[in-house]
Write a protein that binds this ligand. Structure first.
Ligand code: FAD
Ligand code: SF4
Length: 324
């Protein structure tokens, strides 16, 4: 299939990017941001949600900076994985994304803003036409959701980014910028429960930077991932954990690959108290398993993914204890 034509814009400053976004919005021209293009361009090739205009962030200086307490949206996952500046759990999760070739282009911003995925959606245009489309890209037919039919308001496509959970367990914040200015919010408030909306980015806004609190450096972390092929597959489930060594109450757990947004499990952690004994760890892992609600739209069956959440959570907590 040929990628449909689009106009590619190359602003060289953040101000220019925001002005360009404002102009396209004023003119009623829908557009996408593109960073490394490792997800957007394959989707375009399959004619998935293509736009006539695409704004690249690649030529804006300074957006690829990597420091201990801030990482620019254009930082490549390869560089994050290799960096001695970034928190080890962020480097580990970046190193588990896709393949080494893809990580050379893939960026942190693109990973956090990754489109949600679904077996019924990530297919060629002919395939999707043959099933009369679906709610996420219904092409005006009013088609239903193929995964949970007869509700037609919510899309339950799955968020399968690897890096978000590691940033969530370190209490990261994101800085967003657009025609209406800049704002900063906790990463846990960035994602929005709907496979179409995905996050709180407003029209014309993009994710500029990720900030980590100073306290993140006193946390130790672990990330465990389930995927079909180790060589490059998306997470079918992923669990990140962090704690301040020796303080069980400081535990944070976050999951990915299971719902339309990554999950943070603070309430369960608080309920379960000291998790350091094997039985307590298993009970908490089982509680996380009970809290997640995968649906049947990725490569592995939801029941298996759910069962594996408990295994991954238990192993991630075990990793923390080994490293203490
Ligand atoms: C074979 C294959 C395997 C993969 N495996 C994995 C995997 O294991 N784990 C995983 O997490 N991902 C995986 N991916 C997806 C993808 O490669 C990564 O998530 C990557 O980090 C996306 O970054 P990018 O810069 O290429 O994003 P792009 O493709 O450029 O953009 C992705 C989305 O984010 C938006 N976007 C990009 N940057 C910004 C920004 N700064 N602000 C606002 N919106 C933005 C784009 O509009 C687009 O919707 C895989 C992809 C492929 C092709
Ligand atoms: S979850 Fe439903 S609406 Fe969303 S992409 Fe899949 S089939 Fe379409």
């Amino acid at each position: 299939m040929l990628t449909p034509p689009f106009t590619l814009h190359h602003p060289t400053t953040v101000d220019e990017a925001c002005a360009l976004a404002a102009r396209l919005l004023d003119e009623g021209r829908p557009f996408d941001w593109v960073a490394g293009g490792t997800d957007l361009l394959p989707n375009y090739k399959w004619h998935i949600e293509t736009k006539p205009d695409v704004i690249s962030l690649a030529r804006i200086d300074g957006l690829d900076a990597i420091q201990a307490n801030r990482i620019g949206c254009m930082a490549r996952l390869h560089d994050i994985a290799a960096s001695e500046e970034v928190h080890p759990v962020v480097a580990t999760s970046a190193s588990k994304v896709a393949s080494s070739l893809i990580r050379r282009s893939a960026t942190l911003g693109g990973n956090l803003c990754l489109d949600t995925r679904c077996y019924w959606f990530n297919q060629s245009e002919d395939w999707r036409r043959s099933i009369d489309w679906c709610h996420k890209a219904d092409c005006g037919t009013g088609a239903d959701c193929r995964v949970i039919p007869n509700q037609n308001t919510l899309c339950v496509a799955t968020y399968q980014g690897d890096v978000a959970p590691s940033l969530l367990v370190l209490d990261a914040e994101v800085e967003l910028i657009g025609p209406s200015g800049a704002r900063r919010l906790p990463l846990r408030e960035f994602f929005q429960l709907d496979g179409i909306t995905r996050n709180v980015l407003q029209p014309g806004e993009f994710l500029l930077m990720v900030h980590l609190p100073d306290a993140a450096s006193s946390r130790q972390g672990a990330y465990r991932k389930l995927r079909v092929r180790e060589s490059w597959d998306f997470p079918e489930a992923g669990v990140a954990a962090s704690w301040i060594p020796g303080d069980p109450a400081s535990l944070r757990l976050a999951t990915t690959g299971l719902e339309s947004i990554p999950g943070v499990h603070d309430a369960l952690v608080a309920e379960h108290g000291d998790w350091t004994a094997p039985e307590a760890r298993q009970a908490l892992a089982e509680a996380v398993r009970g809290a997640v609600k995968p649906v049947n739209n990725t490569a592995l069956p939801p029941r298996y993914r759910k069962a594996m959440v408990s295994v991954l959570a238990s192993r991630a907590m075990g990793d923390l204890l080994k490293g203490a």
